[in-house]
Design a protein around this ligand. Structure first.
Ligand SMILES: [Ca+2]
Ligand SMILES: [Ca+2]
Length: 619
């Protein structure tokens, strides 16, 4: 999630927190260099003795203020060239600073991080030596503007600047500057959260908001470094999330105290829909092979390509529990080698499997599926989404009257697909104005042991882009240009509701040749979860006339009930049958903000001609 949010950090800034502060020439040989290329000192370079004999120069300060102003702070003496006062020898000497190179003029600076330049504007203002400027290196350089190249190193404590291209283009000055840190400095130079540098950190900013990942309530580990390494600090960790961690710093001289705070905020994402496939007392019964919850999933069985599926696939999809079922907390989609004639099409295939459509459609959010994949060659497992408006005979939303738009104009997001190489999974985005102008971008990632190990295949979908991940690591997004040179994705094709598909195809374009002794193969799914940010209108399940929905479930105690006809009464019971709460909503849709503790409850919902009991899990 964060990755997408921080793509748009400005690359061009007026000032730069890392440059802000006071700098002086490094007290070492080679702090000043002249050469024939940037960084080269072959023409002249200061010696270590110069640090003492030219102390009037090495104690000069070049000060970049956070407000964009710049000043030369030279003290009572600085290094004067012969042209400056006419008294110093030809080789220069120490003397009182002379206007306009004395820091008396108001100057400003800008930093262009992309170009790697610092531009100083103000007559007589300079870095290093007054005599070197963009035009020349001697004379009376009263330039209003000098552009230096720059780079930061050693954790931002060293600033190397250069003047390049003057003297006919062949000469280059390079100055090595070090940050001046006084003994009363109590600033931090870095903060890391779980060993990752805190985004947006600057020494001047002392309070930060940090949004946790979905469902992550572990207080992060903080590590810091102080600008003055002799300063001392303590870290007072938040006791829980949400909460605040405080870092208190005392300067080396004990005179200055500073505090930085990091406010850890719970994720703004909420679970809006999902299926945990867990055994319970209403939908999935313990010690049984259960049918897939028909309130949440639809079996897509009609083969729309003239009695076959697309891509030369070799299976029929069925709604039989031999091909899809739930037990022991997981969904199984099982491909079987068996001859099967479709009752809908009359065509026969040598393999059966299942293809589930979610009866829930959503736009934007985070979708996570924890799965183990089949290892048998010839299987083509897939976790993906299609536009709710796809016109495809037999697809769930087509049967509900939504099928208005052809493929791939409806949009397709492939979160996980696997081909004959079972050590990788791939993701793709399909889109385009019509079938003939179809486009896609794709990428793959190595995933070890997809058969024996649980992996979480997920996506984050916003208006601006979609990110595909395995175990939280992004491997493809809509900004990418793929290996065929296609991309970025036109996001206008991904601005409407999608539904979820889970299936195992056999053979065909991606499945490849089916292994000769194939008998069965299973894709096992621990859960499917859809989260959305609370800041957006949540995608609520669309209801058919006789359905009754309670979501999200599991919930945090806040949930909705939605019915095609009016709900007269709602009663919440604990598992001992004790009535805890009663409502008389007289509505079709209602939100219940309960204070229920973690646990399992029964919710009785009554209307004029129905009574239904739903199981509610509060996490
Ligand atoms: Ca000085
Ligand atoms: Ca589960």
């Amino acid at each position: 999630m964060q990755k997408l949010l921080f793509i748009f950090l400005l690359s061009l800034t007026l000032t730069n927190a890392q440059v802000t502060g006071s700098w002086s020439l490094a007290p070492e040989a080679g702090a000043l260099k002249v050469g024939t290329s940037p960084g080269d000192g072959s023409l002249w370079s200061n010696s270590i003795a110069d640090v003492t004999t030219r102390a009037c120069l090495f104690d000069d300060e070049y000060v970049f203020n956070a407000d964009g102003s710049f000043s030369n702070v030279l003290g009572s003496e600085t290094w004067l060239e012969g042209w400056q006062d006419g008294l110093a020898s030809d080789y220069g000497g120490c003397g009182a600073p002379i206007a306009p190179h004395d820091g008396s003029n108001l100057a400003t600076y800008t930093v262009d991080e992309t170009a790697g330049t610092i531009t100083i504007v103000g007559s007589g203002a300079f870095l290093g030596l007054a005599k070197a400027n963009n035009q020349n290196e001697s004379g009376t350089p009263n330039d209003d503007t000098i552009v230096y190249t720059y780079s930061l190193s050693e954790g931002g404590s060293v600033l190397t600047v250069g003047l390049t291209g003057f003297g006919g283009g062949g000469y280059h000055w390079t100055y090595k500057l070090v940050r001046n840190i006084s003994s009363d400095d109590a600033t931090l130079s870095s903060i890391s959260v779980n060993n990752i540098p805190l985004s947006g950190f600057s020494p001047e900013t002392t309070s930060y908001d940090y949004t946790m990942a979905v469902d992550d309530t572990t207080v992060p580990t903080i590590s810091v470094s102080t600008a003055n390494t002799n300063a001392t600090y303590t870290i007072d960790d938040a006791s829980a999330v949400p909460g605040t961690t405080t870092i208190n710093i005392t300067s080396e001289d004990g005179e200055t105290q500073m505090s930085y705070t990091i406010n850890f905020l719970a994720s703004s994402y909420v679970l809006v829909w999902g299926d945990e496939f867990e055994n319970n007392d209403s939908i999935y019964l313990s010690d049984q092979t259960n049918v897939v919850d028909p309130a949440k999933w639809y079996h897509q069985t009609f083969a729309p390509g003239g009695g076959s599926w697309y891509n030369d696939e070799e299976q029929h999809y069925t709604n039989l529990t031999s091909n899809s079922y739930v037990n022991n907390g997981t969904l199984k989609i099982k491909a079987i080698k068996e001859n099967y004639t479709s009752p809908e099409n009359g065509t026969s295939k040598n393999y059966t499997s299942a293809r589930l459509n979610s009866k829930y459609a959503f736009k934007y959010g985070r979708m996570e599926v924890r799965a183990k994949l089949p290892s048998e060659l010839g299987t083509w497992p897939a976790i993906w989404t299609l536009g709710q408006n796809i016109s495809e005979q037999g697809a769930y939303w087509q049967t509900q009257g939504y099928g208005t738009t052809g493929w791939p104009t409806c949009g397709e997001i492939d979160i996980m697909e696997q081909d004959p190489n079972k050590s990788i999974t791939s993701g793709a985005f399909h889109f385009g104005p019509d079938f003939d102008r179809r486009q896609y971008t794709t990428a793959h990632t190595s995933v070890s042991d997809t058969e024996g190990t649980w992996h979480v295949y997920s996506m984050i979908w916003t208006e601006e882009g979609i990110s595909l991940m395995v175990d939280g690591e992004e491997f493809h997004n809509t900004s990418n240009i793929d290996s065929r040179g296609v991309g970025p994705v036109d996001m206008s094709f991904f601005q409407a509701n999608h539904f979820i598909l889970l299936n195992v195809a056999m053979g065909g374009m991606l499945g490849g040749p089916i292994v000769e002794n194939f008998s069965t193969a299973i894709m096992e799914i621990d859960y499917v979860r859809v989260y959305q940010p609370q800041s957006q209108p949540l995608s609520t399940p669309s209801i058919s006339k006789n359905e009754l929905l309670l979501y999200p479930n599991p919930s945090n105690g806040n949930f909705q009930i939605e019915s095609g006809i009016q709900i007269d009464e709602v009663h919440i019971y604990n598992l001992n049958g004790q009535k805890l709460q009663s409502l008389q909503p007289n509505m079709k849709v209602l939100t219940i903000n309960s204070n229920l503790a973690k646990g399992v409850y029964m919710v009785e919902i009554l209307g004029s001609n129905f009574r239904e009991i739903k199981r509610l899990m509060v996490k």
